[in-house]
Design a protein around this ligand. Structure first.
Ligand SMILES: [Zn+2]
Length: 260
């Protein structure tokens, strides 16, 4: 019974937010990477091959560092980390509104993603959906500072339960952004799920090359709870393919679950 309760507590702690640097990530657990979905086996094998080329190695259960961090379709999660010193070379300011005014780091995205985001916001506006950016790029240095502050306040083990280890945040790719309504209401909070903005993102973002990175019902595959506000640029073709197959990036590369 005690063991069971401990397990439930551990599982709950693992499914925390991937976004807000104030309250987010737990850390990975080592898991096997055996494919589960037989239906997608054939294409998954092809994808796995692509993945092996993309990464240093995926033969062990240890944390890995991706070999091509600048790839538009790079997989970053609790097992696959960005290199410590990786800073995207083409960070720019998207020309969309944010819930803050300052021209600071978290407003930036990689150029291709920023241009796609501009189109997405314009498309939303045409549908009378008014969006704002909440948080986009976050550097390794920023994440490290945040994580270290928590370690100081709360101890390393506790900090790991709610804050992303530097290198494991998708925001460091410059391809991810948290989005809210223009009022900022429910920004990066679960109540965002019930808004018309979230519904629009769910149905339309793939048209602009973005995916809902941590979908509902896929928590055990991605290692993160449902985050309707966190969109990730992967390009139009891949985004549409993933939506059609109803798969996450972990499934696309056939490397899941990342935590349990
Ligand atoms: Zn996020």
């Amino acid at each position: 019974m005690r063991y069971l309760l401990t397990c439930i507590v551990l599982i709950t702690l693992l499914y925390v937010s991937a976004c807000t640097k104030e309250k987010p990530n737990s850390h990975f657990q080592n898991e096997s990477q055996k494919p589960k979905n037989q239906e997608n086996q054939q294409s998954s094998n092809k994808d796995l091959h692509k993945f092996e080329k993309m990464n240093v190695s995926n033969k062990t259960n240890a944390v890995k560092t991706v070999a091509q961090p600048a790839s538009i379709s790079v997989l970053i999660n609790k097992k696959y980390f960005l290199p410590k010193n990786y800073v995207p070379k083409d960070l720019v300011y998207p020309s969309v509104s944010f819930i803050f005014k300052e021209k600071i780091e978290k407003r930036k995205m990689r150029k291709e993603a920023a241009l796609a985001l501009n189109k997405l916001f314009t498309g939303a506006k045409k549908d009378k959906i008014y969006l704002s950016g909440v948080s986009a790029y976050r550097s390794y240095v920023t994440q490290k500072a945040v994580f270290n502050r928590y370690v100081k306040e709360d101890g390393y083990n506790n900090a790991r339960k709610y804050s992303a280890l530097p290198g494991s945040s998708e925001h460091q790719t410059g391809l991810a952004i948290d989005v809210s309504s223009s009022t900022g209401k429910c920004a990066a909070q679960s109540c965002f799920a019930n808004t018309k903005e979230a519904k629009w993102l769910q149905s339309k973002s793939t048209n602009y090359g973005f995916i809902i990175r941590y979908p509902k019902g896929k928590e055990s595959l991605t290692g993160y709870k449902y985050e309707p506000w966190h969109i990730r640029y992967v390009g139009v073709s891949l985004a549409k393919q993933m939506k059609k197959r109803n798969i996450t990036l972990e499934e696309y590369y056939n490397v899941y679950p990342v935590s349990k």
